[in-house]
Design a protein around this ligand. Sequence first.
Ligand SMILES: [Zn+2]
Length: 331
Amino acid sequence: MKDRVTTDVGKLKKLGLLAAILILAVVALAAYLVRGGFRRFEISPYPIPPAAFTNWNDVLAHPRDISLTTFRTGVVHMDACRNLDPASPRQADCDHVPRDLAVLVHWVHHPQFGDFLIDTGFDDSFAKHPPYGSYTEAMKLFNWVKGVTNRQETGQDLSAQLARLNIQPKAVFFTHLHPDHTGGVPALGPQTEFVFGKAEASFLARAAVANHFSGKSKFSGIDFEAAPTMSPLGASVDLFGDGSLWAISVPGHTDDDIAFLVNGAKPVLLTGDASHFAWAFKTGVAPRGWNQAGTARGYVSVEQLRAFAKTYPSVKLIYGHEAEQFNLHAD
Ligand SMILES: [Zn+2]
């Protein structure tokens, strides 16, 4: 009897040890997968100049000498409806056939201030190492589980397109920090400044994209709390102080998501992933957020964008990933 108890205790000890090793292994694996999240980003405040205008009527009545060129650095192939609020009753009407979503980069040229990008798309790692290029192990796993793949033609990557255009952007303004928007960062020089919403670089965002910023150190955060609300949109920042380029707070899909208005001869509103594609915008289905609160906030943002589009129909809309919305440049 005593022997049996001793044996059982021995077995229990072995089991306990095995469980401890397993737990440790799982924790170590999880920490390995999200290690980018532990990286600190030293972020300086973006110096917000006084705005040239305080309402959209005045902004649009004073177009500036600024140009916008949008190009595609690859595609994400997936059921696009899965980027939207999974609980929306409109999900049943959404076309769940997997399709190509454009991975866009926007080049903004200002004659006085220079060349800038909005988002960076993909670098050449996506043509070299399909389908996930320079994604982190966690993002590869996440996309593989979801059946999402990426594609890129040779010469379509960010550095090839910048070389053809002969530009070296001073700074990148990000709509948000997701890897299909930061994948081109390794193609940019160490002096490039990277600007995003002040609250955007959360642990989850850093876990997903920090690897793209290795060797980069110039980060600026836009504080929308210090910016005026410009109805029907939310907090809006006149980035250069001359009314030419506006950053508009549209949180939800991520914590500090940004849309941009380029106030050239033909004004354009870039919704970013506050609305991924035309159907989502037309039906008013918000993008999926990090969590339910994010998705709920996304509805506020998408309604503000829709109200703006209705009030100012002359402003062209470019959605976050819609491939069929304009004559795609340089590919
Ligand atoms: Zn995206």
